[in-house]
Design a protein around this ligand. Structure first.
Ligand SMILES: NC(=O)c1ccc[n+]([C@@H]2O[C@H](COP(=O)([O-])OP(=O)(O)OC[C@H]3O[C@@H](n4cnc5c(N)ncnc54)[C@H](OP(=O)(O)O)[C@@H]3O)[C@@H](O)[C@H]2O)c1
Length: 258
């Protein structure tokens, strides 16, 4: 039997991460699922083992805001004899509100998860992929990465970091046969809106489904793309942002948060 192609997904307990797990399972990948809610991970594992017989599914419940958690995840994989082929840094959340009034701990936690944990995991995983000469990393950024967003200032900045890091790593890794992809979803129907306090936001009136975003992400990464923007409207928006004056774009972005 050939070794299973292992795909690890952070933030697999809901939304885009859970749908990515379903897409990769349907493509015959064995999976490592991680997030904090172990009951959700166990339910997804049971579902995938039923719908995709033959794959293996491991769960590693972890809070990735803890500084040691990324290294603990990699140790857990080593203990289980899992050699990662594809690593998806998907766990993340957004906060909406005035920068000077939102709770300090929440803002720092967002940076710890969206930026620090993602960076640690890239640093831990990439050398192994390069040594193997195959596989890749998908980092979930956002269309929020393309412009500053008043009232989501910190979130947009974390995603600009993810996009920039991923693009640079794409160039460093590709000559070793490894693909690094930044996934940029626009508004997507998930639990993201709850923590971000955006359940009533006009931005989410035409949200894409997480299943569509996941399929587009897996296809784009398999095709070796550096950046995958999910959906035609989001692609058009990314182009418009490039050519319109920055002052106009950031004012409009702030207005859309209202
Ligand atoms: N939905 C959108 O409109 C949208 C648009 C662009 C980009 N994104 C990005 O897409 C990614 C996935 O978000 P989503 O939309 O699928 O939202 P979601 O349904 O809320 O999923 C977020 C995932 O991250 C996990 N997570 C949150 N805090 C964590 C922590 N401290 N440690 C470990 N895992 C943690 C959650 O699991 P637990 O709570 O069980 O830990 C959950 O599985 C995020 O990076 C988000 O920024 C979303």
């Amino acid at each position: 039997m050939p070794d299973p192609l292992w795909t690890a997904i952070t933030g697999a307990s809901s939304g885009i991460g859970a749908e990515l797990a379903r897409v990769y399972a349907a493509r015959g990948r064995s999976l490592v699922l991680t997030a904090r809610r172990s009951d959700r991970l166990d339910a997804l594992k049971a579902e995938l083992e039923r719908t995709a017989p033959g794959i293996r599914v491991e769960t590693v419940p972890l809070d990735l805001e803890r500084p040691d958690a990324p290294a603990e995840l990699i140790s857990a994989l080593d203990e289980r004899g899992v050699a990662i082929h594809t690593f998806v840094n998907n766990a993340g959340f957004g906060l909406r509100g005035g920068f000077g009034t939102m709770p300090y701990a929440d803002q720092v936690g967002m940076v710890e998860l969206n930026v620090v944990a993602l960076t640690k995991l890239c640093r831990l995983v990439l050398p192994r992929l390069i040594e193997a000469g195959r596989g890749g990393i998908v980092n979930v950024a956002s269309t929020a990465a393309f412009q500053a967003i008043p009232y989501m200032a910190g979130y947009a900045a974390t995603k600009a970091y993810v996009l920039s890091l991923s693009e640079a790593l794409h160039e460093e890794a590709k000559r070793h046969g490894v693909t690094v992809t930044a996934l940029c979803p626009g508004p997507t129907a998930t639990e993201f809106t709850i923590r971000a306090d955006m359940e009533k936001s006009k931005l989410f009136s035409h949200a894409m489904s997480a299943a569509d975003v996941a399929r587009i992400a897996a296809d784009g990464h398999a095709a070796g793309r550096a950046i995958v923007i999910a959906g035609a409207a989001n692609k058009a928006g990314a182009v418009a942002v490039k050519f319109a004056p920055r002052a106009l774009i950031r004012r409009m972005a702030g207005w859309l948060q209202g």
